[in-house]
Unconditional design. Sequence first.
Length: 334
Amino acid sequence: MPDTYSTSPTSYPNSGSTAGAAQSTAGASTVAYSRGGLNFTRRFSKAGVSPYDEVQWERRTASITDAGGKSIFEQKDVEVPVDWSMTATNIVASKYLHGQIGTPERETGVRQLVGRVAETIRDWGLEGGYFSSAQDAAIFHDELVAMLVSQKVAFNSPVWFNVGCDRLEPNSDAQNWHWDPHTCAVRFSVTGYRNPQCSACFINAVDDSLDAILTLAKTEGMLFKWGSGTGTNLSSIRGSMELLSGGGTASGPLSFMRGFDAFAGVIKSGGKTRRAAKMVILNVDHPDIVDFIDCKSKEEAKAYALIRAGYDGSGPDSEAYRRSSSRMRITRFA
């Protein structure tokens, strides 16, 4: 794999300057620039010097083991700045580098990761006319790279998971929600990585119907797939002792929480080793609020009893509600 993903002279295979940046893109964006745009000045980068050359690099083996010493993840020769910790190295390699380990398509380190993201964001800005000039675009790119490789700033996980991966998987047929500028509406269709999911958290709603509850399960699952977390207030779902139109009683929100929690446990966030992040809320006046408050502690007590009996409780289905961060909502009225 080459050291950079872009064939534009604005990219940095290993080192170099931004001198060619203005010339390479000015012609393509003249119309956009005529509308005005953002100006940038240098704070952390130097004109004519690649921001990648401003830090020292080394190659390390990223390795993660479980409590018993069994290897969970390993990637050799990961390129990182020398002042990055091993914890940072392991996180980047195990969660954010794209591609199958052992194949030429696998990203090899922080240089390629940052290049993928920073160049993609710069190119979006050029296409959308956000910069006053191509030189401002080049400065923006250099400043962003300089801050990222020095850990002055960091993106959330979905950005690292998804942005720029259409360069690596241009023919991906993955589906997701995205904004359609032609219809001015949100669509769920094949997008691959062309319209990447970049937000860390999504707040969802649910109605008191089985269709809405199962739709929520799909919605959360797809958001987990692309690396984001979710939060939902389940207070609209009737309590476990309330009646159904067919004559029975409702299952209640806690029963469905088990299913939601199980999906969060088995779906690998961003397609990597990380499990999904999830929050559930129940209003204090909901009929099942006491069971909601006690549910996690009861499951933990069950897990401890099973562990004492010799059962390995590390599986995704060994304990309910363990992926969910539970919150009780209290509304104060004047």
